[in-house]
Design a protein around this ligand. Structure first.
Ligand code: PBG
Length: 323
C-alpha cells in the first residue's frame, strides 16, 4: 500500500504523542471542594466517597496548606451545619460567626494566596434540605434570592475571593452582583453554577453534608437533563447579570453541555466532576474492574477537551500527584 497520509505517524512514540497532544492538565486547572464540620481534630471519611473526608476547621487549615504546597490554587468550601441551626430562613447562612464565615477567615489567614470560593445555597442550612425558602410546599424564588445576596456579602466580608451560587434561583447572579457592588466588594468574583441539572449523581454529596431534600426533589429549580439549549440560555443570562465564571454540573454525563456553553460565552467555563462520578470510579476501582489512576486522568482530560477551563474535582490531589 502507498498511502499519502499515515495518521499513525503522530502516534509512534511517547515523545511525539506528548508534543502533539491538544489538551493537557496542570494544577492550575483544579478547584478542590472541601467539606468542613464543627469540632476539633475531626477527620470523618464520607461513607459513599471512599478516601474523601469531612474535616474540622483545624484539619481543614492543615489540608489547605498541603494543597497549596502541591501547587493547587483554589478551594471551594462547603460546611455541614448542625441540625439545631437549620431553619427555613437561612439564619445560619448569614451568621457572621457561622462555620462558613469562620472557615473563610481561618483559611485566608493561614494561606492568604489560596483562592477561596464558597458555596452559596441554603440546603446545608435548611430544615427542609432545599436550596431555597419553602412556602406551601414550593421553593420561593425572590425571597430566597434576597438571602443569597446577603449570604454572598457575608462571605465577601469574611474574605472569600469568589462566591459560587449553586441554587439555580432566577435572577440571583444580578442580585448578588448588585449587593457586592453596594457593599464595595469590587474584587469579589462570582462563579455561577449556571447549568446545574437535577441529577441522581449528587447522592454522595448529600450524605457528606446531610443535606438531602426532606420532601420532593429539586426539579423546579435545577435543570431537566433532557435539555441542551436551555443550558446556553442560563449561562448567557448569568454572564449578562455579572458572572465571572460559569459552571456546568454534573460533569461526565454532560460533556456536550460543557462544549456548547464554552462556544457561546466569553468567560471561563468550569465543570464540576461531582460526588457520584467520584463514587463510580472508586467503586469500579475497588472491585478491580478499572484502573483508578488511568480513569482519573482520562476523565479529567476529557473535561478539558470538552472545553472546561477549570475543573472542580475530588480527584485533584491524586491528579496533581500523577502529573
Ligand atoms: C447544593 C449543592 C449540591 C452539590 C453542590 N452544591 C447538591 C445538590 O444540589 O443537591 C453537589 C456536588 C456533588 O455532588 O459533588 N447546593
Amino acid at each position: 500500500m502507498y498511502l499519502q497520509r499515515r495518521n499513525r505517524i503522530l502516534r509512534v512514540s511517547p515523545a511525539i504523542r506528548a508534543m502533539v497532544a491538544e489538551t493537557s492538565l496542570t494544577p492550575n486547572d483544579f478547584i478542590v471542594p472541601l467539606f468542613i464540620c464543627e469540632g476539633e481534630n475531626v477527620k470523618d471519611e464520607i461513607a459513599s466517597m471512599p478516601n474523601y473526608f469531612r474535616y474540622s476547621l483545624d484539619n481543614t487549615v492543615k489540608e489547605v496548606k498541603e494543597l497549596w504546597s502541591m501547587g493547587i490554587k483554589c478551594v471551594l468550601l462547603f460546611v455541614k451545619s448542625k441540625d439545631e441551626l437549620k431553619d427555613n430562613k437561612g439564619t445560619e447562612a448569614v451568621n457572621p460567626d457561622g462555620l462558613m464565615q469562620r472557615s473563610i477567615k481561618a483559611i485566608k489567614n493561614a494561606v492568604p494566596e489560596m483562592l477561596v470560593m464558597t458555596d452559596v445555597a441554603l440546603d446545608p442550612y435548611s430544615s427542609y434540605g432545599h436550596d431555597g425558602i419553602v412556602e406551601n410546599g414550593q421553593i420561593v424564588n425572590d425571597a430566597t434570592v434576597e438571602v443569597l445576596a446577603q449570604m454572598s456579602v457575608s462571605h465577601a466580608q469574611a474574605g472569600a475571593d469568589f462566591v459560587a451560587p449553586s441554587d439555580m434561583m432566577d435572577g440571583r447572579i444580578g442580585a448578588i452582583r448588585q449587593a457586592l457592588e453596594e457593599n464595595h466588594f469590587t474584587n469579589t468574583g462570582i462563579m455561577a453554577y449556571s447549568a446545574k441539572y437535577a441529577s441522581c449523581f449528587y447522592g454522595p454529596f448529600r450524605d457528606a453534608l446531610d443535606s438531602a431534600p426532606g420532601f420532593g426533589d429539586k426539579k423546579t429549580y435545577q435543570m431537566d437533563y433532557s435539555n441542551r439549549i436551555e443550558a446556553v440560555k442560563e449561562a448567557q443570562m448569568d454572564v449578562e447579570e455579572g458572572a465571572d465564571i460559569v459552571m456546568v454540573k454534573p460533569g461526565l454525563p454532560y460533556l456536550d453541555i460543557v462544549r456548547e456553553v464554552k462556544n457561546s460565552v466569553d468567560v471561563p467555563v468550569s465543570v464540576y466532576n461531582i460526588s457520584g462520578e467520584y463514587a463510580m470510579i472508586k467503586a469500579a476501582a475497588k472491585t478491580g474492574w478499572i484502573d483508578e489512576n488511568k480513569a482519573i486522568l482520562e476523565t479529567l482530560t476529557a473535561f478539558k477537551r470538552a472545553g472546561a477551563d477549570l475543573i472542580a474535582t475530588y480527584f485533584a490531589r491524586e491528579a496533581v500527584r500523577m502529573l
